[in-house]
Design a protein around this ligand. Structure first.
Ligand code: SF4
Length: 57
């Protein structure tokens, strides 16, 4: 089950592996809420974990 209050150990682990691999870990770049007014996460535009992320396209 995915936590809604913050990144769980699994999220942080996956993020760490992705960073280590040199992958792009910023979610906002490909998120359809990435514009002023649509996004309620203060971490935008550099969120590495987000419960509201949805892929654009
Ligand atoms: S919803 Fe999350 S991933 Fe999407 S733009 Fe906002 S902070 Fe970034």
């Amino acid at each position: 089950m995915k936590s809604k209050t913050g990144p769980g150990w699994k999220d942080r682990f996956v993020l760490g592996v992705k960073k280590w691999l040199g992958m792009n870990v910023i979610l906002c770049d490909s998120c359809k809420w990435n514009w002023r007014g649509a996004c309620r996460n203060p971490a935008r535009p550099n969120a590495t974990w987000c419960p509201e992320y949805e892929k654009r396209g």
